[in-house]
Design a protein around this ligand. Structure first.
Ligand code: NDP
Length: 328
């Protein structure tokens, strides 16, 4: 097809507008690999872009969507041939370069990773940036020497995308996982993913003391702000916290007490510009470790036309698990 459907963001004095459009292939951007997209997915950052709640998009008009999976239809890049199945996460795609909420994309081949042989395309997007970031967090904790025998691991924002998959991955690796959520009605869901205990996020989200009773051997924090400060304050001596998100806020109203009195380590986790070898390692672990039934239990499927509504919901904290987008 010479035309394809895409969600397009425009901006004027009234704000950001999103609409489905039919585009010509000649409108595809520069890049050395062209992909027929099969699936995309809605991440928190996509919600920020589409609602205009944060300046994620760097130029307009823009096709949002920080993830996609699909099949190469043209390539001038040495690593990719027509027919290869590829995943894209990050690299500014959907922010400064047209992204995954479309039936076609053209990107720099250096940004792509191969779809693991044992993984299907839909599952790759159930995982998406959220799941791949959860994996990066787990690998970061283990690189700091966090092991299951040291005690409980806390996951904040546990009902969300990163959180749900972090719970699954950590439980799969033998950790005792405590899930923090504002949606206690999701307790059964979180336990089905592997959480041993579910706690109310309000016990962590208000201003707290510089140091609290030591509990966590490690943590994956997806919400930032007071929550992250309280998590640091209640981490065990020498424990590690992987911080990847800001659902509560970008601020970090903490003190240095956990660092200088308990040798607590705060590890930042970025997923956007991670070099390819680390990405491939994370995707290989995801392919090996995730239980297909559990993975499917976190997924909701929507068409391209459902993305705008989902964007509002994810920013309102109303999306459970992961949302995959069938773009065709
Ligand atoms: P989701 O919206 O799916 O999950 C976020 C979860 O955070 C919500 O489900 C909710 O969980 C909790 N939450 C929402 N609002 C608040 C609040 N005001 N206070 C406390 N908790 C809140 O988003 P994702 O899982 O896709 O992303 C999570 C975070 O990680 C986002 O900030 C995102 O930008 C960031 N991220 C960062 C990446 C990186 O490269 N560093 C990559 C991917 C994501 P519950 O209802 O269980 O409390």
């Amino acid at each position: 097809m010479n035309t394809y459907r895409a969600l397009v963001l425009t901006k004027d004095e009234a704000g950001v507008h999103a609409a489905l459009q039919t585009q010509e292939e000649s409108q595809l951007p520069e890049g050395d690999v062209t992909v027929d997209i099969a699936w995309s997915t809605v991440n928190y950052k996509d919600g920020l872009a589409i609602t205009g709640k944060a300046p994620v998009v760097r130029s307009y008009p823009m096709v949002p969507g920080i993830d996609f999976v699909g099949t190469v239809t043209a390539s001038q890049h040495a690593d990719w041939q027509v027919g290869d199945r590829v995943i894209l996460n990050g690299w500014g795609v959907g922010e400064g370069h047209p992204g995954g909420f479309a039936q076609k994309a053209r990107v720099n081949g250096d940004w792509l990773v191969a779809l693991p042989e044992t993984m299907n395309e839909r599952d790759a997007m159930i995982i998406g940036t959220a799941g791949y970031t959860a994996m990066l967090c787990v690998l970061a904790l283990e690189a700091q020497g966090v092991t299951p025998d040291q005690g409980e691991i806390l996951v904040t924002g546990a009902s969300g995308g990163v959180g749900s998959i972090a719970v699954m991955l950590l439980a799969g690796r033998g950790f005792t996982v405590v899930a923090s959520t504002g949606r206690l009605a999701e307790t059964d869901y979180l336990k089905s993913l592997g959480a041993s205990e579910v706690i109310d996020r309000h016990t962590l989200s208000e201003p707290g003391k510089p140091l609290a009773k030591m509990r966590w051997a490690g943590a994956v924090d997806t919400v930032g702000s007071h929550t992250l400060a309280n998590v640091l304050a209640s981490t065990q001596y020498g424990g590690s916290v992987a911080a990847c998100g800001l659902a509560q806020g970008m601020d970090l109203p903490a003190t240095v007490a956990p660092f200088i009195l308990r040798s607590v380590k705060l590890i930042g986790v970025d997923s956007v510009t991670v070099p390819r070898p680390q990405r491939e390692r994370a995707w290989a672990c995801l392919a090996k470790e995730l239980d297909a039934n559990k993975l499917h239990s976190v997924a909701t499927e929507i068409p391209l036309s459902g993305v705008i509504d989902c964007a509002e919901k994810i920013i309102a904290g109303q999306v459970r698990g992961r949302t995959v987008v069938n773009v065709n």
